[in-house]
Design a protein around this ligand. Structure first.
Ligand code: FES
Ligand code: FE2
Length: 353
């Protein structure tokens, strides 16, 4: 499986990595252990001791988190992957006792991991999702939902939100999206935006119940911005027909996918809204939102992947519908970025000579 390497992937939400925890996850087929050093900064190492290849995540943190001690024979490594302590023999540090260290950064409540060489890490490429992650806590519903499908299927799912009319008809669907014309743009070299607007339909249930009057025609908007390789920002809202957006209800949502492998994906949702900002309203809304993802999206995505098996998506000759315009553009863009990396890494004849 080829992945885009010189880019940031979400590794965890900030509170999945409390001080003192060794968090073992596989990203892009590579076992990684995450932890916080004594200063609280996230660190990421290959989760394989260079001695007899024990998982470092089965060891323990020492020195306030500054080192991780292998649970097998006790070598200790710091967050840069250097061996700092050898309890065996005379205590000399073997030259080869080095672990791969990844560049990691914590930004706005998310921990990001750079999949390329750590020295190439470019912080300017971390998307700014602070508008979501700083939203009111009582208007926030978020969680982690690992799923047995490719990250590309997740991206397809979000970039083609016409599926809400069929997969989530009693909560998020109103029929409006399937009939609306999608407008696709490319805000940058690494992003695709798809927008649906519609007028005259009653808003989906989850929005209708929160408008000033129920069952009335509305103006609705749905905007999805995908940023390579697999993070998506969604704005969805509705207002009574002819009224300004500010008079209606609006939501800002993150859907963050990181490949574990070709057929498994780490997935986080971070949903925020500008209405019902109380603990009671949040407690009431949470089951509906979580069930949409866990009981409707996840089973469908896993069933799709099962039907596809390990076949290449395009080799199955998928039928294309108007709503696919954004997803197809994103797939092509990601492939172009991966191909560009591959050709940059391949020496030309001249360079090889
Ligand atoms: S396997 Fe880690 S110290 Fe031996
Ligand atoms: Fe969905």
């Amino acid at each position: 499986m080829s992945y885009l390497r010189n880019t940031w992937y979400v590794a965890a939400m900030h509170d999945e990595l409390p001080p003192g925890r060794l968090l073992a996850r596989i990203y892009l087929d590579e076992p990684v252990v995450l932890f916080r050093n004594a200063a609280g900064e996230p660190q990421a190492l290959a989760d394989r001791c260079p001695h007899r290849f024990a998982p470092l995540s089965a060891g323990k943190l020492c020195n306030g988190g500054d080192t991780v001690q292998c649970g097998y024979h006790g070598l200790q490594f710091d967050g840069k992957g250097a061996c700092t302590h050898n309890p065996q023999g005379d205590g000399g540090i073997p030259k080869a006792a080095v672990v791969k260290a990844y560049a990691v950064r914590e930004r706005h409540g998310l921990i990001w991991l750079w999949a390329g060489e750590a020295k190439e890490a470019d912080e300017s490429l971390i998307p700014d999702y602070s508008a979501v992650t700083s939203a009111h806590v009582d208007g926030t519903i978020r969680g982690y939902m690992p799923t047995a499908c490719s990250a590309e299927l997740f991206v397809d799912n979000i970039l083609d939100l016409t599926h809400v009319d069929f997969l989530h008809p009693t909560t998020l669907g109103s029929g409006a999206l399937s009939r609306a014309k999608a407008v696709v743009t490319e805000p940058s070299e690494r992003s695709v935006k798809i927008v649906w607007v519609s007028s005259g339909d009653v808003a989906p249930y989850a929005f209708d119940i929160n408008l000033r009057e129920q069952g009335r025609p509305t103006d609705q908007w749905t905007e999805v911005t995908w940023t390579a390789p697999s993070t998506m920002l969604i704005r969805v809202g509705a207002t009574l027909l002819g009224e300004p957006r500010e008079a209606g209800v609006d939501t800002l949502n993150l859907h963050l996918a990181t490949p574990e492998s070709a057929g498994r994906t780490h997935y986080w949702y971070w949903s925020t809204r500008n209405f019902g900002l109380t603990p009671e309203a949040n407690a009431q809304a949470t089951p509906m939102v979580v069930n949409v993802f866990k009981l409707e999206d996840k089973p469908m995505l896993e069933a799709q992947q099962q039907r596809m098996g390990t076949a290449d998506f395009w080799s199955l000759k998928p039928v294309l519908l108007p709503g696919d315009a954004g997803a197809v553009r994103a797939r092509r863009k990601l492939k172009a970025l991966i191909d560009a990396e591959a050709s940059a890494a391949t020496p030309t004849d001249g360079a090889a000579a």
